[in-house]
Design a protein around this ligand. Structure first.
Ligand SMILES: *Cc1c(COP(=O)(O)O)cnc(C)c1O
Length: 354
C-alpha cells in the first residue's frame, strides 16, 4: 500500500476528482461560458491598465475598489454586506466551513453538484430532495426533510442548473420562512433571469444570495459574490483566507466590469438566441427542450448518448447528463453566439435525419 493510501481520509480515497472533459479544438458549449471575447479596442486599453499591477505587493485585502464596481454592476444596495470569493465555488466552501461539525446541507436533485462535493470534503452531511416531474420544488418533501434533518444550510440554485428553470417564488419563500437554516439562493444565472432574491435580503435575516461573473463573460477571472445582511457577512468574512482575490483578478475586474452597457448588451443577445434555439429544438421530432431562465437549455431525446457522440465527432462539445439518475436521455447545451448555435442546430438536424 502506498503512503498516501495509508495516510489519506478514506472518503477522499473513495471520491473522484471534479473532472472536466478535454476540449481542445472543440466548440465549447458545455460549461455555460459566454461566447463573447473582449473587443479589440477594449483589449488594448485593458493591457495598459493591467500594466499598473504591482505584483511585488500583496493584493488590496478587501478588494475595496472592485467591491464598488460590483455594487454598481449588479445594483447591490449599500446597506447589504458583500464578500468576494475565488469563484462562487470558494464561497460555497466557506459557507460549509462556517457550520458546526456533523451539520447537514440540504439541496435538491438534480442541481449544482458542488453543494454535495463541498459537503463531503468539509465533513458535513448532505441531503438532496428530488424535484418533482416538472423540475419544480417538491414543497411537502422539502418541508419534511427540513423537519427530519434540521439542516444548517440550504442551497437553492435560482435558476437551477442543470434544469434551467426558476422555481416558484412562493415555494422558495415558504422554505426560507420554514427553517432557521441559512438559505443560500445561488443566482449564478441572474443576468438571464427575470427574477431575483437580492432585495429580499432586507426581509429575511436567514437569506444570502450568491452570484458570480463566470456566466456573464468572465469565467477566467474566478470571481464570486456573497451578498447578505452586514452582520451575517462580517461574521462569515472571518473565514475568508487573506488576499483570496488576487491582484490580476482585482485589476482586471475593476476595469472590465465597468463596461456595464456592453455586458447588458451581450446578455440581451444570449436571451434572443436562447429563444431561437429553444424554438428550433422543440420543432424537431423526438426532442423536447425544457424552458430555461439561464444561458443554457436542457433537452431530452431518445438516443441522447448517440447524439452526444455524434456532436463530439463533429467537434461540438455539450454536456452529457444521461447518466444522472433523474436525467436519463438528457443533454445540456450552452447558448453561444449566432454562428455557434447554427453549427450546433444543424448538426442536431443532420443526426436526426441519419
Ligand atoms: C456555474 C455555476 C456556479 C459558478 O461558480 P464559479 O465558481 O463562480 O464559476 C455557481 N453556481 C451554479 C448553480 C452554477 O451553475
Amino acid at each position: 500500500m502506498s503512503f498516501i493510501n495509508h495516510w489519506l481520509r478514506p472518503s477522499i480515497l473513495a471520491a473522484s476528482a471534479y473532472s472536466t472533459p478535454p476540449a481542445d479544438g472543440l466548440l465549447k458549449l458545455d460549461a455555460m461560458e459566454s461566447p463573447f471575447a473582449l473587443a479589440d479596442d477594449l483589449s488594448a486599453k485593458y493591457l495598459t491598465h493591467l500594466a499598473k499591477a504591482e505584483l511585488n505587493r500583496y493584493p488590496n485585502p478587501n478588494a475595496s475598489e472592485l467591491q464598488k464596481t460590483l455594487r454598481e454592476l449588479m445594483n447591490i444596495p449599500d446597506e447589504f454586506g458583500l464578500l468576494l470569493g475565488n469563484g462562487s465555488d470558494e464561497l460555497i466552501q466557506l459557507l460549509a466551513l462556517a457550520c458546526d461539525s456533523e451539520a447537514t446541507i440540504l439541496s435538491v436533485e438534480p442541481s449544482f453538484v458542488m453543494y454535495n462535493l463541498v459537503a463531503k470534503s468539509t465533513h458535513l452531511n448532505y441531503v438532496g430532495v428530488n424535484l418533482d416531474a416538472d423540475f419544480q420544488l417538491d414543497l411537502p418533501k422539502i418541508q419534511a426533510a427540513i423537519k427530519t434533518h434540521q439542516p444548517k444550510l440550504i442551497f437553492i440554485a435560482y435558476p437551477n442548473n442543470p434544469t434551467g428553470n426558476s422555481f416558484e417564488r412562493q415555494s422558495v419563500e415558504k422554505i426560507i420562512t420554514a427553517t432557521d437554516a441559512l438559505v443560500v439562493l445561488d443566482e449564478a444565472y441572474y443576468a438571464y433571469s427575470a427574477d431575483s432574491f437580492l432585495a429580499d435580503i432586507a426581509k429575511f435575516p436567514n437569506l444570502v444570495v450568491l452570484r458570480t461573473v463566470s456566466k456573464i463573460g468572465f469565467a477566467g477571472l474566478r470571481l464570486g459574490l456573497l451578498i447578505g445582511s452586514k452582520s451575517t457577512i462580517s461574521e462569515l468574512d472571518k473565514l475568508r483566507l487573506p488576499y483570496n482575490i488576487n491582484t490580476l483578478t482585482q485589476i482586471s475586474a475593476e476595469f472590465l466590469l465597468q463596461q456595464k452597457d456592453q455586458i447588458d448588451k451581450n446578455a440581451q443577445i444570449i436571451l434572443a438566441e436562447r429563444k431561437r434555439v429553444f424554438a428550433s429544438l422543440n420543432a424537431l421530432n423526438n426532442l423536447r427542450a425544457y424552458p430555461s431562465d439561464a444561458n443554457f437549455i436542457l433537452f431530452k431525446t431518445p438516443n441522447a448518448q448517440g447524439l452526444f457522440d455524434y456532436l463530439k465527432a463533429n467537434k461540438i462539445l455539450i454536456k452529457n447528463l444521461t447518466n444522472s439518475p433523474k436525467l436519463q436521455n438528457c443533454l445540456r447545451v450552452t447558448i453561444g453566439n449566432y454562428e455557434q448555435n447554427q453549427q450546433f442546430l444543424s448538426a442536431v438536424k443532420t443526426f436526426q435525419k441519419g
